[in-house]
Design a binder for this molecule. Structure first.
Ligand code: ADP
Length: 201
């Protein structure tokens, strides 16, 4: 039985970088965000249920989901958020479970789940949770450098996400990503060895 570690962290914490570092060690990697995007892309399996729940207004003239408008709607309306999640979460879980079956020989694998602290339903498919942690100031600086978003926009995203403390509270393992990339690579290598020992026996 392959063990599965949920990898999470706030925006700009370095979780995608950490996930790539695990993959470089040959660890299977599943990306929950990519699964979600595929389900809601043109022709995606979630679209019929989203159309039934939110109507044609959620789609543009070409039949594509209006992601920004829907994101705005669920940001403002807890009912809309609950409705969308009740459609997406079972489909995301089913697809992740299908992807998990593709790695029967692996000792362990990583599932990158950005909103794991906000959406505890995903904890049901995990044996362990790894949180990539750094200060909000570092998150903001890295996100500005990477994305060109303004400090105000990033503060808005941080306010909508789980707090650093909430995320830390779900961690079985916590990696600080305050130093540079070589330090993160070294920390991931140590963590990989720990997981191989932990799940290999
Ligand atoms: P997340 O997936 O958590 O949003 P990323 O892994 O995409 O974060 O990292 C955000 C940005 O910060 C990227 O440009 C990445 O290269 C950079 N980064 C991540 N960790 C470090 C680090 N330890 N030192 C310097 N830059 C980093």
């Amino acid at each position: 039985m392959t063990a599965w570690v949920g990898l999470t962290g706030g925006i700009g914490s370095g979780k995608s970088t950490a996930a790539r570092l695990f993959a470089q060690h040959g660890v299977p990697l599943i990306d929950a965000d990519a699964v979600s995007r595929a389900l809601t892309a043109n022709g995606g399996a979630a679209l019929p249920a989203i159309r039934a729940a939110f109507g044609e207004a959620a789609f543009d003239f070409s039949g594509s989901l209006k992601r920004d408008a829907l994101r705005q709607l669920v940001f403002q309306s807890p009912e809309a958020k609950a409705k969308l999640e009740s459609i997406l979460h079972p489909l995301i879980l089913a697809e992740i479970r299908a992807q998990q079956q593709q790695f029967p020989q692996a000792v362990y694998g990583i599932i990158e789940i950005p909103l794991l602290a906000e959406q505890p339903v995903f904890q049901s498919i995990l044996q362990r949770i790894l949180v990539i942690d750094c200060s909000e100031e570092t998150q903001i600086r890295r996100t500005i450098e990477r994305s060109g978003l303004t400090r105000d926009m990033i503060n808005g995203i941080l306010a909508a996400q789980a707090s650093r403390q909430q995320r830390r509270s779900i961690a079985d393992d916590l990696i600080s990503n305050e130093a540079g990339l070589p330090e993160l690579a070294a920390a991931m290598e140590r963590q990989h060895l720990i997981y191989q020992q932990l799940f290999g026996s």
